[in-house]
Structure formats: C-alpha cells, structure tokens
Design a protein around this ligand. Sequence first.
Ligand SMILES: NC(=O)c1ccc[n+]([C@@H]2O[C@H](COP(=O)([O-])OP(=O)(O)OC[C@H]3O[C@@H](n4cnc5c(N)ncnc54)[C@H](OP(=O)(O)O)[C@@H]3O)[C@@H](O)[C@H]2O)c1
Length: 303
Amino acid sequence: MTRISLSPNGPEFSRLVYGTWRILDEAEKPTPEALLARFRACLDLGITTLDTAEIYGLYRVEEAIGQALKLDAGVRQKLEIVTKAGIYVPCDFHPDRKVAQYNATGARLVKSAEKSLRLLGIEQIDLFLVHRPDWLASADDTAEGLNKLLQEGKIRSAGVSNYNVHQFDLLNSRMTQPLVANQIEFSLLHMEPLFDGTLDQCQKNRIRPMAWSPLGGGRLFDPKLPASQRLHDKMRSISAKYGDATLEQLAHAWVLAHPSAPLSVIGTNRLDRLTSTARSDSIQLEREDWYGLWEAAQGNQIP
Ligand SMILES: NC(=O)c1ccc[n+]([C@@H]2O[C@H](COP(=O)([O-])OP(=O)(O)OC[C@H]3O[C@@H](n4cnc5c(N)ncnc54)[C@H](OP(=O)(O)O)[C@@H]3O)[C@@H](O)[C@H]2O)c1
C-alpha cells in the first residue's frame, strides 16, 4: 500500500483510509473483538489509517473504536487516527440539544478533542479535522483552539473538512502550523472539487485532499441511477485491461489518479470488499480511461 505524506511535514498515512462512519449501522452491532479483527485486517492490507468523527454513530463510534483498541495496544501503535469535531445534533444521547448546529469555536474544539482522546483511549490524535465550517465561529477563534491542541501535543496535525477554498485560506492564515488536509466529498458521482478550485488549492499548498464517499456512498451500485448504469457499461469495456478490475476498484483508482494525490476513505463494513478495494492502490488508469469514466459519469463528452 502506498504511503502518503499529507504535507511536507507529515503526517504519513496509507493512501487508502478505513472510514468508520457506518461501523455501527448494521442491525447486529459489531463486538469490540469483531471491530478489532476488522482493524487487524486493515493493517494486514497496509491500511494503517482510521478515519472517524465525534458525531459518527450519533456520538457512539469513537467509544466503540476505543473499546476495540483497548483489547490490543499493539494494534493502536500501528494505526494513525483521524477524527473530527464540530457537528452537534439532537439525539437520544444528547436530549438537551434542540437544534442541529455546527460549532467550531476554539473552546468547543478543545473540549471535543479531549473527549475523543478519552473515548478512543489514545494519547494523541494524528489528524484532527474541523468537520464542517461554522458560520458563526471566527477564524481567530477556531484557530486558537486548534493551535492550543497542537501546542499541547493533544493533536499531531490539524486540518478541515468540507471547507471551500476561501474558508480554508482564511483559517490557514491564522494557524501556527499550516493545515495539512481538507477532507471533501469527491468521486465519479461528485465531481465539484474538480471545478471549484478545492483540489487546485491542495496542490498549491502541497497538502493532500482526503476523498469521502469515493463510491458515492454506495449510489454507484444503484441500478436505477443512469450514471451508475453507464459506469457499469464502461467498467465492462475496460476492466480486462486492469486485471478484471471491478467498478469499485476503478472508482477508487479514478479518485487516486488526480494529480493532487488524494487519499480515498473507504466505507465498507465487509471484509471481502475491504480486501478487494485494497487492490485499487495498484491500478493506474490510462488517461483515456480516466476521461472515459468521467464521460460515463457525466453522460456527456468533455466540453
Ligand atoms: N468528512 C465528512 O464530512 C465525511 C462525510 C461522509 C463520510 N466520511 C468518511 O468517509 C468514509 C467513507 O464514506 P462512505 O461510507 O460514504 O464511502 P463509500 O465507499 O462511498 O460508500 C460505502 C457504502 O457503499 C456500500 N458499498 C460498497 N461497495 C459496494 C458494492 N460493491 N455494492 C453495493 N454497495 C457497496 C457499502 O456497503 P457495505 O458496507 O455493505 O459494503 C457502504 O454502505 C466514512 O466512513 C467516513 O469515515 C466523511
């Protein structure tokens, strides 16, 4: 598995990242032992980076990860952990909340990062992301929290998620250590970052985008979606050239091929799919096929 440095000063992550958003979504919740087995499977495949967030599983996923990691300290040592904070929604776990809101004030971020450390049972977060831009938090305030966490060593690096280029530039201008990542939605079914400058900004700043929902959150396999049908047809015509690659593998390879060198955040709960996805790292799409997939996804030729 290719290793990628998010910025000239690190941190270094696996190019495919295991995303934990959906890990408690199954009717039968995984036991800590089952989760640990999944993390070990990731490590066996060279996927050493875990992506999570305070809000995942309505605030229950970080604790589940922590319970699994507690079973084997050796596994934690081999993993890099990314988490995010800043989204607060009403739920059974927090009946006091009446309105869903973003909160990227410095004080809130510090409190959330400290909570994540406790729930995950770790000493340091490798990458801490502001989950969404908060329209009410000033850049000075957000940066103050991130800078404090960096200075105290509670987080090794800081970044953002779902920030547009202006929001990124503004917050970055207040940081004592530059932001190292913008985690954004990017896939064959969500190409806006190609057009809105987000990926160009990553190249300009020599940082890496992290692509979430690289399979469109599973929509790539929705037979009712015309783009999905066209992509399946395209996949059948080029698959043999890439060792009988599946649409899943080609979709990840399509994301990875962008010159900003994105990391792709995988979302499956199935070990067979995890194993198959790891092969995407070795698929290098030819220019014609990258554009062929672009065309199939968009339903038209490039302008
Ligand atoms: N920063 C953010 O705002 C943000 C937002 C969303 C997600 N994320 C991160 O990105 C990660 C990945 O997002 P995602 O889960 O949406 O990724 P994704 O890989 O686009 O979608 C995963 C979904 O696709 C399904 N799937 C995969 N292969 C399939 C196949 N061959 N046929 C049918 N269904 C298939 C999976 O089901 P199975 O489990 O059955 O395989 C799963 O439900 C998350 O875990 C999270 O860490 C970040």
